[in-house]
Structures are given as structure tokens and as C-alpha cells.
Design a protein around this ligand. Sequence first.
Ligand code: GLN
Ligand code: ZN
Length: 776
Amino acid sequence: MPVSAANLGFPRIGPRRELKKAVEAYWAGKIGQDELLATARGLRAATWDRQKAAGIDVIPSNDFSFYDQVLDTSVMVGAIPEIYRVLGAADSLDVYFAMARGTRTDPQDEGCAHGHGAARDGGDVPAQEMTKWFDTNYHYMVPEVEPGQAFALNAAKPVEHFREARALGHQTRPVILGPVTFLLLAKSKAEGFDPLSLLPALLPVYADLLAKLRDAGADWVQIDEPALVLDLSDAARAAYAAAYAELAQVDGLKLMLATYFGALGDNLATALSLPVAGLHVDLVRAPEQLDAVIAGARDDLLLSLGVIDGRNIWKADLTALLDRYEAVAKARGEIQIAPSCSLLHTPIDLALETALDPEVKDWLAFAAQKLEELSVLRLGLADGRYVISDELAANADAIANRRKSPLTNNAAVRARLGQVDESWGRRALPFADRIARQQAHLGLPILPTTTIGSFPQTAEVRKARAAHGKGELDDAGYEKFLQEETARTVRWQEEIGIDVLVHGEFERNDMVQYFGEQLSGFAFTKAAWVQSYGSRCVRPPIIYGDVARPLPMTVTWWQYAQSLTSKPMKGMLTGPVTILNWSFVRDDQPRSDTCRQIALAIRDEVLNLEAAGAKVIQIDEAALREGLPLRRADWQHYLDWAVESFRISASGVAPETQIHTHMCYSEFNEIITSIGAMDADVISIETSRSKMELLDAFVDYRYPNEIGPGVYDIHSPRIPPVGEMQDLLVKAGGRLAARQLWVNPDCGLKTRKWEDVKPALVNMVEAAKGARIALA
Ligand code: GLN
Ligand code: ZN
């Protein structure tokens, strides 16, 4: 067949998050291993059947994982640090889950307030480090290797899953993570040690694995090397050449080398020189690379064209794809078409969304629908457009409707955006003049204390929200409940002597969803879950249209909270870049335009808060850094529009009004200039675990504005003693001027319990008092 439809990976969580539920039940001791394994087998079988039914020719196996495919790879090659190895057999679930989550005792401890990225603790053995998979919101477990690392093949999972599929009648293409990307993602505790130097030791394990897959009956293996779209050193490029020369020695098996998330760019020649049978390229993120790929590809190289967006939820424009790829299919003789990357990053099935606006729903395609698109496209490319004329007509209607719908074209929003010039992103006075007025306006001590916004979302809070959602608790009852929570929290902060108070965010389910639900242009789903890490799934909002803010979103709650105290109450908002980065974003205009639209909506809210009397307004940009493009050369453009968007949202206020921002991380070295350019009056960051070392970026840069380096690690139930936090503050005071410093936790307190939060914040206030004396 000259054109085949291939899939690179399917979401493993199950259409109704069956895997999450089974894994969590297993962790809780509610089900045994046999039941967990049976659930997993059932999900795999259903996934293979679904792909077959959709008409997919090349179906993956080994894309399933109980937690994470990178962790699976560590186990597969025997990169299991000693602390886990002693816990059981290398292929046991005990060892596997210990690497994933540590042997922790507190199942509540699920990380940061927002569920995107987290650090864990607890138990005796810590989990492996976790970080974001390229530029996605999926998190992988960072492989850990050591000098002289010995590898040992544990091929059970890929081989057994291949056999399992075969027994069900599916000849699959196993997916494995390639050795070079694996080592490039790996870390070592030994300073200065380069994991890539372990390649010669690792390759025999991979060769052995490939031979085993071949012996089990595999004819193709998909080997993922997404690192090929990154900026690579010459050493890394040489590693690719060496690795694939060696793996090519395995006879009787073909390798489909999969690259995704961007253009091969300056690694194209390397990729094309590798002795593999097939190459997959991402033509959604990088359509411009098509010509160069074709020009450089050997005639017998099977090209897999990633033409369906594996990172977003929009219907593909099938006619446009045919226009573009018909000639390629003809010229190459044989091609494969595929999603741009694994469908892991998309929700499973649009059919489960019964409450979406039908007009918007008709613009969408989730994983299952993307497979159908691929299959239709394959027919059109192989047999001619006339065989798919009905599908094409329906698709063209949906595409045209979306383009001309008033939902995607709000004239008022567009006109307003047209008026935005540089002055909209500039405060009326420079920081030095603003801060003097703010100090007079606020009358705060040096080292003022505050918190990041949320207070514990207790079981009662969640229960009340759920009851209200189901209609069991009426609006008035829910409102009263929230008022009581808020009032109690405000009074308590006042009692313990916090200087700038917060209302606690009890009315908010999630820091993006809460705003998205009140903005036009956003849709929310019922079942469109995407794996974030392990058993954790998120349901990102869908930004389909022009964004407007019909009514104030937070003013009433702020007013209520402020009415209870004479201390300043912070207005609390999520920033435009964070709202953008944690959503599925429309693909019919630049992301920067969508971001500016959100910025205008937030700006209106900021101004309403100010008019209501707020003297301090915090605009959280937790996700600013994670939006950084994969290639350095693209960073500045992103940072420019991201910073501009933040500034548009923040700059409408009077000089007296103090703008705060918050970021849940501390690696600012490479972007500190842009952080400075945001020109927030105060920024709070995460620094407690690094013992303030991560403040260095701000010190070296001579950051002029005020800064609250977190002194209380909220990722842990541990209650930091007064002396410890005071020492951290004194340490910070040695690096920055005391008058620049604020005292606050690392992040919101949403995931913590009141019994931890109360003593910790009492200690924090004491620590501030001590540090004021020490630094005076
Ligand atoms: N204001 C939010 C909170 O306190 C900020 C959370 C975040 O940045 N992750 O929960
Ligand atoms: Zn945070």
C-alpha cells in the first residue's frame, strides 16, 4: 500500500480515567495487583481495537504505561538507583511505583497548588525527580545514572505487550524511547558527569531489546528521538551517528525514527544520515521543513508525515492537507501519514462531551476523531478525493463555519486590540517613584508578610462545591458557606499579624478554570482529561474564540474580604500568559494575539479592583517560564509578547497601586532580563528548598523591584521552625537590600492542611519579626 496511516501513541488513561482509578485503588490497597493488571490489559485491548476499527494501519504497542514512559525506559534498561533496587525485583511494581512516587505515607501530598508539576516528599525513599516533557504539560520521571553505570535489559514490558496485541490479532509497532534522547534527559548526582558518555554501555542493551522484539515477531519498531528537535551539541549529534550505526546492525527489523514537537532544523542532516528505514517528522509544528526533508531523504527512506495535530484539539483542514500532500504521495511512491506526535497530549473522545455548544463541538477532534481524520486522509491520498467526498464536504463546512463564526470574530475585541499601543504596557511612573507612593499609601513595615493566595481547600470546601455543582446546595447556601470560610481565614491572618491579607480563594476550583468560566471565548469539557503526571489528569479549557470579560470576576469576593479588615487585602488574579499556557489555544491566529486579548480582560479586572479600593493586586504568572520555546532562537520572541501581555494587564493602575506577581519556580537565570521587564512592583518566587541560592539570578541582575523569596516549602507537611526561616531571610538580606524583601511561602496553600499551615505561618510571622531586627 503506497499510503498508510500510522499512529505514534494513544492516551493510556482510559476514556473514563479507568487507569487513574485502578492505579490509585492499588496504591490505597483497595485492589490487588491482579486486578490492576487486568484493568490495564482491558484498556490496552480496547485501545488496539479502537485503532483498528478507525482504519489505522500501523498501531503502536508499548505506548501504555502505569505511570510514565520515561520511567518505563529507566526500568527497561536497568537504570534503577540502589535505593529502589533494594526494594524488590527490578521488574516489580513495588520498585516501579517507588521510583514514581517514593514510599510515601501521605497520599494527600500531591504537590503544588495548581497540579501542574509538583515535588513530592514523604516516606523513607524519595521519588525520582520529575520534570516537564519538552514543551508539554506532561511530566516525566528524570532518569538517574551514575559514572560507571551498568545497564541490564528488562524487556518484559515491550515484548509482552507486543505478544499480547498479537494474540488479539494486532501486528503492532512497538514504541521505545531512543537511547540518545534517554541519556540527554538523564541526570547524574556526580558533578560534571555527562550521562551521554554512557552511550557505549547502553547500546548493547538496546540492540538486545530490538533483537528480542524481532524474535517475538515485530517487523518495525518506532524509536522516539524527540531530542532531535532541540539545540544539540556536536557531541550529541555524533552520539546519534554512533548509536544508530550500531542499532542498524540488528538484522531483520526496521526502525521508524520518530521526531516531534518541532523542526529538525540544524539537526536535519544528522537525522537524514542515520541508517534507519523510516523517519517521522512533525509537519504541524514545523510545516516549513517538508521541502528540505524531501530533498534530503534517501529514496528508500519511508517518510512518516506528522500532519494531524497531536498537541491540540482542532479538526484538521482535510482539503488543505490533500492539496499539500497529494504531490508528495505521488512523488515518493510510499509514505506514511500520522499525528504529529503521540496522541498522549490530547483528550480521548469528543463523543463523551454532551454539554458542549454544538457549534464549537463541530470544530473539535480529540484522539479518537484524529484517528478517523487520518484514516479518511489516507483514503483520499491513496484512492483519490472522490472516495471521500462526503467526509470532505462535512469537514469543509466545519472549517468554514469556524472561520466565519461570530464566536471567533468579536469585532469589539478586535477593534480594542487594534488600539493597543506601547503606552498600554507602561506604568505612569518608573518603579523608584511608584514605590515611594506605595509605601506612603500602604504604611507597611520592612519585610512585610503575606501569602500567595489560596488557603487549604479542605474536604468540606470540596464537598460544598460538589454539592453546589449538583444542585444539592443552593446558591445562597454555597455563598454563605464560602463567606464563612473567607471570614474565618481573614480574621485568622489578622490575628497572627500578617501584613497584607488574602481572602483564601475558596470560591475557586482552579486558578485558570475560575477565570475561563467567566470569560467569553472559553469552553469547558466534562471528560476531556489529559495526563499531567502519573495518575494526575487535567482538563484544560479550550480557548475557541475572541476573549472578552462581560462582567467583573473577582470584585465581589475581594470587597467582602476587605470589608472584614482594615489591613490591605490583595486582589488575586491569574495572568494572561498562565491562562494561555494551561489551555488548548485556538490555532487560527498567533498565540500572542490570543494572549493580548486575555491581557485586556485581566486589565479590566485589575482596574475594577482598584476602583473598588484594592491597593495591592497580584497577577499570578505561574506558567510563564514553561511557555519557553524548545529552541533558544525562539525564546526572545516569546518572552517579548509574554512580558508585553503581562504589562498590558498590569499597567492601567495608578502609581500608588502595588502590582505583585508570583511564579512557582526559581530558575530565572536565563530569563531574568524579561522578569525584570515585567516591572511588577513585587514578585514572589519559590526558593526555600534551594536555601535561597536561587536568588542569585536576582542578585547578579541587580533586580531593582521588590521580591518575596519563599521561606516556607509548601510542598511538604513539614512545619519550618522560626529560626530556619529567619536564617533564610537573613541570608536573603545579605544578598538584596532589606527594604526590597517580602516574607511569604513558596506558593499557595491550597494543597496543605490547616494543621500544618497554622503553625507554619505563625512561625513565618515570628521569623519576619526576628529578621527585621537582625537586618535593621
Ligand atoms: N494564587 C494562587 C494560589 O495561591 C497561585 C498558585 C500558583 O501560582 N500555582 O493558589
Ligand atoms: Zn506558585
